[in-house]
Write a protein that binds this ligand. Structure first.
Ligand SMILES: C[S@@+](CC[C@H](N)C(=O)[O-])C[C@H]1O[C@@H](n2cnc3c(N)ncnc32)[C@H](O)[C@@H]1O
Length: 218
């Protein structure tokens, strides 16, 4: 006789499957991005929003939007349009529900997608809170795709070789928010070093004796 499988067993299997998928997708996201799920502290969001001074109709992209709290808060008020990209399934779901609950689904979209594969042509601001090692690929993508005048905004971590146009210091701990206006400028210290290296190279070339042919003199 075949054992009977009732709805409660199917429910357990279904819930187990969902939990497995959620866990797997979170582990995958962490393994691929090496960026943990953290949130820009809520008490800093008004200062960041004020500092960015976005105006109605502008597009803000959150590169790795987590649970969407930051994206919704930064798009509030000025009726800014938002897009959030997130690789972790549970975080994507949480962000989607948050956007729906906030009543801003008409102007904020959430995608379960690698930010490095999205399109940025229409973005006025790309906001990110990642890790130091993730900054260069994000910066390179912004430099390649965003229109001149667009801004890359990074909470806590600077882009290694870029000079910020502005650094907001927010909250009691004066946490830095780096703002880069595109096209980005190289750091002056790097530019100075490059100039120094160029002049050393010139000096070397000027002082080197003319090349002689190799081999024993006869
Ligand atoms: C530190 S959290 C920041 C969340 C949110 N932006 C905030 O400031 O509150 C970074 C998030 O970015 C996501 N992430 C990292 N790299 C990503 C990528 N290439 N594409 C999509 N999401 C990414 C991570 O899964 C994580 O949820």
């Amino acid at each position: 006789m075949r054992p009977q499988v009732g709805w409660s067993e199917w429910l357990v299997v279904g819930l187990f499957g969902i939990a497995f998928l959620a866990f797997g997708s979170s582990v995958y996201a962490l393994a691929v991005t090496r960026v943990p799920v953290l949130r820009t502290p809520a008490e800093l969001l008004p200062a960041i929003r004020e500092g960015l001074a976005l105006v109605e109709g502008q597009v803000l992209v959150d590169a790795g939007c987590g649970d969407g709290r930051t994206l919704v808060a930064l798009c509030r008020g000025a009726r800014v349009r938002g897009r959030g990209y997130e690789l972790s399934g549970p975080m994507w779901l949480a962000a989607w529900v948050r956007v729906l609950a906030s009543g801003s689904a008409g102007r904020i979209r959430i995608a379960w997608k690698d930010f490095l594969r999205c399109e940025l042509e229409d973005a006025d601001v790309v906001y990110c809170y990642l890790m130091p090692g993730a900054m260069q690929p994000v910066a390179d993508k912004c430099a390649e795709e965003m229109a001149p005048g667009g801004r890359l905004v990074s909470f806590l971590w600077a882009v290694p070789d870029w000079e910020p146009d502005q650094v907001l210091l927010v909250g009691r701990l004066r946490d830095p928010v780096y703002i880069y206006r595109l096209p980005a400028k190289p750091k002056p210290v790097d530019a100075a070093m490059a100039a120094g290296e160029r002049s050393q190279e010139n000096d070397r070339q000027n002082s080197d004796p003319a090349p002689t042919s190799a081999g024993p003199k006869t």
